[in-house]
Write a new protein. Structure first.
Length: 106
């Protein structure tokens, strides 16, 4: 499955449009990760724990989107957009949404 942020695929002809597909993932904050992220913030550097969680959430949202596209008969998703949003009381959760247009290409 080809997934791209562009609205066309160079060298490929779009033969069928199946419509919008999306995937959503909501992840909660973890007390242990928050503790270690706090230490990282104090001493400086990147928070590997949060980066891993963000990567997992993005991959999960993209996988769900691809699954929807495959169910429609598509072999590509174009115009993909990723959005990150905090939700929940005190913004304690992160929502990652992936959406795009399912298509069939030659």
């Amino acid at each position: 499955m080809l997934v791209t942020t562009t609205h066309t695929i160079e060298g490929k002809k779009i033969t069928q449009y199946y419509g919008l597909v999306s995937g959503e993932t909501i992840i909660g904050a973890n007390l242990v990760k928050d503790f270690f992220a706090g230490i990282t913030d104090i001493v400086g550097g990147r928070s590997g724990a949060y980066e891993r969680v963000l990567k997992e959430a993005k991959e999960s949202a993209l996988a769900e989107m691809v699954q929807q596209a495959q169910a429609k008969g598509a072999n590509a998703v174009i115009g993909v957009d990723l959005d990150y949003e905090t939700v929940g009381s005190g913004s304690s959760m992160l929502m990652v949404t992936a959406c795009g247009t399912a298509v069939r290409v030659e």
